[in-house]
Design a binder for this molecule. Structure first.
Ligand code: PMV
Length: 327
């Protein structure tokens, strides 16, 4: 038998309204909905090859053989796909990113979105967008948002069946750019899977979650109306709320570095001087500066001059996860 192989590509996404905390850790059902934009130009490409000659799954990440928890997480997702397809073959998974991993550019989002698409197509499954999004969610919550294109909302849902992401506007709707000020490229000390489990230990989490619906509405409306000022306000508020929860959980999680804080002070000041931009940070020190495309050149240049900023990546709004090849 020849190997059943497919290659898929998915973009990471940056959350405007953050996902932090699960009501079900295994199914990764979030405590609140979230909104993000896919990042064009940054991607994970994953080739999955199911082969009857293999006696275990193999994971090759950026050219290196990987075992341990990363392989177990990939195998758990492959088990889901094998279950759906009724096949018992092991697979070789080769995955590469064109951006630094584990530093607040959600590499797991792009990785599990690309893996879900490649693995399901390799075994002959033609899953709908919602089914793919649910599958990707089992690997990494935010991965469900890297399946649809453009500006995406992940609905909390009642359970596994209706907790998936949908596009609220296509990539062409609004020419925004994420200028990522890379401050740190090493792996973060506490990954988001562990972080989600700590969220409830913060006394601030209940308040953050209670108000999430209002922030989701503000953010969705700002996107639909292309109202940058309104978007900037809610995006910064939501990022600060998530980090307030992180910093007050037990144990506390401090993802910011001094250079992150300097940028968080500078960006609103630059905005009030007329440069349209706002900041948001995921579980890492990097600062994502969101701005309209016309301002991106100036924003990137300004960021790159700041102390502690190693490089500035620029990403426009990205499309959906897509299959590149099936054989
Ligand atoms: O999908 P996870 O488990 O890597 O969680 C992502 C969490 C944040 O990036 C911090 C926020 C978000 O909504 O992307």
């Amino acid at each position: 038998m020849t190997a059943l192989t497919a290659t898929a590509l998915a973009h990471p996404n940056i959350a405007f309204i953050k996902y932090w905390g699960n009501r079900d850790q295994v199914l990764r059902l979030p405590v609140n909905g979230s909104i993000s934009m896919n990042l064009e130009g940054l991607f994970t490409r994953t080739r999955v090859s199911f082969d009857e000659d293999l006696d275990a799954d193999i994971l090759i990440l950026n050219g290196q053989d990987v075992v341990g928890s990363a392989l177990s997480r990939v195998s758990a997702l492959l088990d889901q796909v094998r279950g759906m397809a009724g096949k018992k073959l092991f697979a070789q998974v080769e995955s590469s990113n064109n951006f630094p991993m584990g530093a607040g550019i959600a590499s797991s989002a792009a990785a599990f979105a690309a893996l879900s698409l490649a693995a399901s197509r390799a075994l002959g499954l033609e899953l709908h967008e919602a089914e793919l999004s649910r599958l990707a969610r089992l690997g990494s919550g935010s991965a469900c948002r890297s399946i649809p294109g453009g500006f995406v909302e992940w609905q909390t849902g009642q359970g596994d069946a209706d907790s998936f992401a949908v596009s609220i506007a296509p990539a062409e709707h609004w020419k925004l750019v994420d200028c990522v000020a890379v401050i740190e490229t090493g792996h973060k000390p506490v990954g988001s899977t562990q972080g989600h489990a700590l969220a409830d230990s913060s006394p601030l989490q209940a308040a953050r979650v209670a108000n999430a619906g209002r922030r989701l509405n503000r953010c969705r409306n700002a996107i639909l109306k292309r109202d940058f000022r309104a978007l900037a306000e809610v995006v910064e508020l939501d990022s600060n709320l998530m980090h307030a929860v992180m910093m007050t959980s037990t144990p506390p999680l401090f993802y910011w570095e001094p250079a992150s804080v300097q940028l968080m002070k500078a960006i609103p000041a630059w905005r009030s001087e007329g440069l349209p931009m706002c900041y948001t940070l995921d579980a890492g020190a990097n600062v994502h500066a969101i701005c309209p495309a016309e301002a991106a050149g100036q924003v990137a240049e300004q960021l790159s001059r700041q102390p502690g900023v190693q490089q500035v990546l620029q990403a426009t709004v990205g499309g959906p996860a897509r299959v590149e090849d099936i054989s």
